[in-house]
Every structure is written in C-alpha cells, then in structure tokens.
Ligand binder design. Structure first.
Ligand code: FNR
Length: 192
C-alpha cells in the first residue's frame, strides 16, 4: 500500500496562509505515490486544556478523532502560523489534548512529521517552526524531518491556483514532500 500522509494547519481563519500551504501540500501529495488526507482543525473543536476538565470528562471527542487520524497516518505534515514568535494556541492546544488521549500505540511516535510554516513577514514563521519542532521532538518523542518548508511574504506568495508563485520554492516543497513520503514508507516498513 501507499503511505498515508495526514496534513493540517494551525489556523482556521478564512484565507489563512498556513491553511493555503496545507492545501497546497495536500495537492502536491495527491500527485505523488501516497494517500493524502487533508483535515482542518475547524472540524476538531476543543476547549482550552484544563486538568479539571480532563479529570471530570477525559479528553474531548475531537482530541480522540485527531489522535486516530495521526495513529492511522504514516506521515504528518503540519503547517503552522507564528504568533508572537510561537506556535498559535489552536495548534498547541490540539497537540496537548491529543497527547493526553490513551489508546493502543503512541500517536506521536508512529508517523514521521514534517513541519511547514508561513508568515506575511520575512522570517516565514521560522521561530514557530522551531517551537513546533521542540514540542513534537523533545516533548513527544516524534521523529521530525530535518527538511522543512517556510513561506515568507505569504500574503503575496500564493498564485490564484494555490501554487507558490516562486517556482524554486514550489520545487523545494515538492522535494520535501517526496522525502516525507519516502521516510514515512521506510518507517512503516512499506519499503526496504
Ligand atoms: C501575529 N503575526 C505574527 N507573524 C509573524 O511572522 N511573527 C509573529 O511573531 C507574529 N505574531 C502575531 C501575534 C498574533 C497574536 C497574531 C494574531 C498575529 C501575524 C501572523 O503571521 C498573521 O496574522 C497570519 O496571517 C496568521 O496565520 P494564518 O491565519 O494566515 O495562517
């Protein structure tokens, strides 16, 4: 079988640049040898994590659903915006809740992760990407690819059809996604 690659963004804003990058990644993945799955955190509404809430009710259904999506995936591409040099709370909260769901296997240690980031500014969300790397790799023991995608000047970066206007950037995105598929397939034992 082809590796399953889950993709989502850390923003649910209409016209979100990070959601545009997630959609573009899913489109590019659909042209490669894999099974892409694009989701939106809008369909996974969760309250802000609170230990009392967890003690009373356990993790919300959306957290269980998100964890299921991750453990069923061989690779995960997460596209994050940057808020005050950090990962936005929507994304951190979803990760925090998902990390609290108990079940068979470890949803953060199974798939291979790849990070994307966007910003209308010049740094391309680099600082948020580093924080996301810390949360996933250091906090949760995830395997995160060294390769990552950063889109700076995001308000002008996307063409009408959703591609990156800069052809070299588009080609780098493709190359990174190829690496993700390759590493996901290797880790899942789909390829020798
Ligand atoms: C921002 N923004 C921002 N951008 C950036 O490159 N570095 C930063 O530190 C911040 N800080 C920040 C804080 C807060 C609270 C907000 C709301 C915004 C701007 C941000 O990149 C911009 O709003 C993006 O459009 C958000 O991502 P989406 O929704 O387009 O994916």
């Amino acid at each position: 079988r082809a590796p399953k690659i889950l993709t989502f963004a850390g923003s649910i804003r209409t016209g979100s640049y990070s959601a545009s990058l997630a959609a573009l990644a899913a489109k590019e993945l659909s042209l490669l040898e894999c099974e892409p799955v694009l989701i939106s955190l809008a369909d996974y509404p969760m309250p802000i994590y609170d230990g009392d809430l967890e003690a009373e009710q356990g993790p919300p259904e959306a957290a269980k659903k998100l964890r299921d999506q991750m453990i069923n995936a061989d690779g995960v591409f997460i596209s994050t915006p940057e808020y005050n040099a950090a990962v936005p709370p929507l994304l951190k909260n979803a990760i925090d809740w998902a990390s609290r769901v108990k079940g068979e296997g470890d949803a953060f240690r199974k798939p291979v992760f790849c990070i994307g980031s966007t910003s209308p500014g010049g740094l391309g969300g680099y600082r948020a990407s580093m924080m996301l790397r810390q949360v996933l790799a250091l906090g949760l023991g995830a395997l995160v690819l060294a390769e990552q995608v950063m889109v700076a000047g995001a308000a002008q970066a996307f063409a009408e059809n959703g591609d990156l206007k800069d052809e070299r950037a588009q080609e780098r995105l493709r190359a990174t996604l190829r690496t993700l598929i390759e590493q996901a397939a290797l880790r899942a034992g789909l390829r020798a």
